[in-house]
Design a protein around this ligand. Structure first.
Ligand SMILES: Nc1ncnc2c1ncn2[C@@H]1O[C@H](COP(=O)(O)OP(=O)(O)OP(=O)(O)O)[C@@H](O)[C@H]1O
Ligand SMILES: [Mg+2]
Length: 503
């Protein structure tokens, strides 16, 4: 008997049938991956399982150990031994790591929380998991990767029998991923069933006992990894052959659009310690410059500092198209024609309560920069065009952003900056959480923008993406540029050597 059975699940939202009769099962100690395009219904299926959508709001049946279950809340599913790590981080930023882990389940005596014991438990758990985190640190001060690890610790503290992970590795470093996989192997041996959602097919093939493919709210197939390959899975996901994801390109380079001399940014808590240490580079119009490096090397910090958003002290001589400028805030940067697709789409990315159109149009930027005068009608059709170009899955531009699937939200952030046509565009992890088919569309779009003369700086933790798209690659190591490669010379081994400081 399977540990978990979901039968003929149908879930509708106004105007969208997100799940159209999905069946899925999970065995004891099984690692079962679910893959599918952005908007295929993966997260929705898991929200049905975990009681986010209570019994009665969907059709179909759920059984654990063969007995039917009707969850009315997340609490109900937790009691049945189901823990879920959501795609969107849900930590309370104002609470500590320990408080987040045991939120609502704090050890207490006659209603008084035993803080000492809670932090002890948190320390032990973090140590067992091999996570180098301080249980008393505020969650909001952690990077996204670390927040993700806290989410994982939180789920594991519930001693679940079924653990759902919805894109857990999107923001993890390679070593954090290994830590996670070790933890998951251990859980498997203890009989925990794992449901794993990811767009990273390498991970899926490496770890899975079975792989289920969803497309448009239906199950297209369940496979043993030994019986299918990546191309086969991709073809089932997108319903066509995808071919080479990185298109051939040639960019015509103009003069320097952005020049940076002596950029340093200092630690917020320790203003003497440079996080970025005296780096200089330029980006020509029509050029894509990739920044490679390990997580923590300072990639995001370079972009954040140049965008005027670094919270600590920083200094640099910056010129835009040969003219010296001073950038003290994101508003300055936007006014000077710099756009920034951030890795954390909630940061200066997306307002979840607003429509796609409101998020994407210049109105969103006008608030920051005060520059734009807009024609609503023209704007709306430009939005629709961009939505089609990026294949954003939504009923219309009036759809509320928060109801989109994770990957489609990311596309809205990208679309917003495409519409403003900045001179210089910073892309930080532009395809995080994006399915393979849609990645290809985004790559094509990046080349189109470069051909139209935009200067692009690309940061990505996926090395093939940096190498496959860039005219030139800068490698950061410990806040400095440790190497620079022209397109043809940027082979993975050389770039990795420079990234790890082994030149
Ligand atoms: N609360 C909601 N209201 C309206 N529509 C929704 C809501 N949640 C999801 N949808 C729609 O249901 C469909 C499936 O979304 P879901 O989030 O399950 O996709 P996904 O497979 O997880 O995609 P991704 O890979 O991008 O995370 C999408 O069309 C989405 O817009
Ligand atoms: Mg999702």
């Amino acid at each position: 008997m399977p540990l978990l059975e979901m039968r003929n699940i149908v879930k509708e939202f106004p105007g969208v049938r997100a799940l159209d009769g999905v069946s899925f099962d999970l065995d004891v100690g099984e690692f079962h991956a679910i893959v599918g395009e952005n908007g295929a219904g993966k997260s929705t299926l898991m929200k049905v399982l975990s009681g986010v959508y209570p019994y009665g709001s969907f059709d179909g049946e759920i059984a654990v150990d063969g007995s039917p279950r009707r969850f009315r809340s997340i609490r109900d599913s937790e009691t049945a031994g189901i823990a879920i790590i959501f795609q969107e981080l849900s930590l309370v930023k104002e609470l500590t790591v320990g408080e987040n882990i045991f939120l609502g389940r704090e050890p207490s005596h006659f209603g008084v929380v035993n803080w000492g014991k809670m932090y002890q438990n948190a320390s032990r758990l973090l140590r067992e998991l091999g996570l180098p985190l301080d249980p008393k640190a505020m969650a909001g001060t952690l990077g996204i990767g670390q927040q993700q690890l806290v989410e994982i610790a939180k789920a594991l503290s519930q001693e679940a029998r079924i653990l759902v992970l919805d894109e857990p590795t999107a923001a993890l470093t390679e070593s954090e991923v290994e830590t996670l996989f070790n933890i998951l192997e251990g859980l498997k041996r203890r009989g925990v069933g794992l449901i794993y959602i990811s767009h990273k097919l390498d991970e899926v093939f490496r770890m899975s006992d079975r792989i289920t493919v969803l497309r448009d709210g239906r199950t297209v197939g369940t496979h043993l990894p030994s019986e299918i390959n990546k191309d086969g899975i991709i073809a089932e996901m997108v319903g066509r052959e995808v071919g080479d994801v990185f298109p051939a390109f040639s960019h015509e380079l103009g003069s320097a659009a952005l020049s940076v001399k002596g950029l340093s940014a200092f630690d917020v808590d320790d203003p003497a310690r440079p996080v970025i240490d005296n780096i200089s580079f330029d980006v020509k119009s029509g050029e894509v410059v990739g920044i490679a490096g390990l997580m923590g090397a300072g990639r995001t910090e370079v972009l954040t500092a140049l965008f005027g958003a670094w919270p600590g002290r920083c200094k640099a001589e910056i010129s835009i198209e040969g003219r010296p400028v001073s950038i003290r805030s994101p508003a300055d940067a936007i006014r000077l024609g710099i756009g920034f697709v951030t890795e954390d789409r909630k940061r200066y990315g997306l307002i979840l309560e607003q429509t796609i159109a409101d998020n994407m149009t210049l109105a969103a930027l006008r608030n920051v920069s005060g520059r734009f005068v807009t024609d609503r009608h023209r704007e709306y059709s430009a939005v629709s065009e961009t939505m089609a170009k990026l294949k954003i899955k939504a009923n219309s531009a009036k759809t509320v952003a928060g109801t989109l699937s994770g990957g489609n939200q990311q596309k809205v952030v990208l679309g917003k900056w495409l519409l403003t046509r900045p001179r210089v565009l910073f892309l930080d992890e532009p395809t995080r959480g994006i399915d393979v088919g849609a990645k290809q569309e985004i790559y094509n779009e990046i080349h189109e923008l470069a051909k139209a003369g935009m200067a692009i700086v690309l940061v990505s933790s996926e090395l093939p993406e940096v190498l496959g798209l860039s005219d030139r690659v800068l490698v950061l190591h410990a806040g400095r540029i440790s190497a620079e490669f022209a397109r043809g010379d940027a082979v993975p081994e050389a770039v990795m050597a420079a990234a790890t400081g082994n030149l």
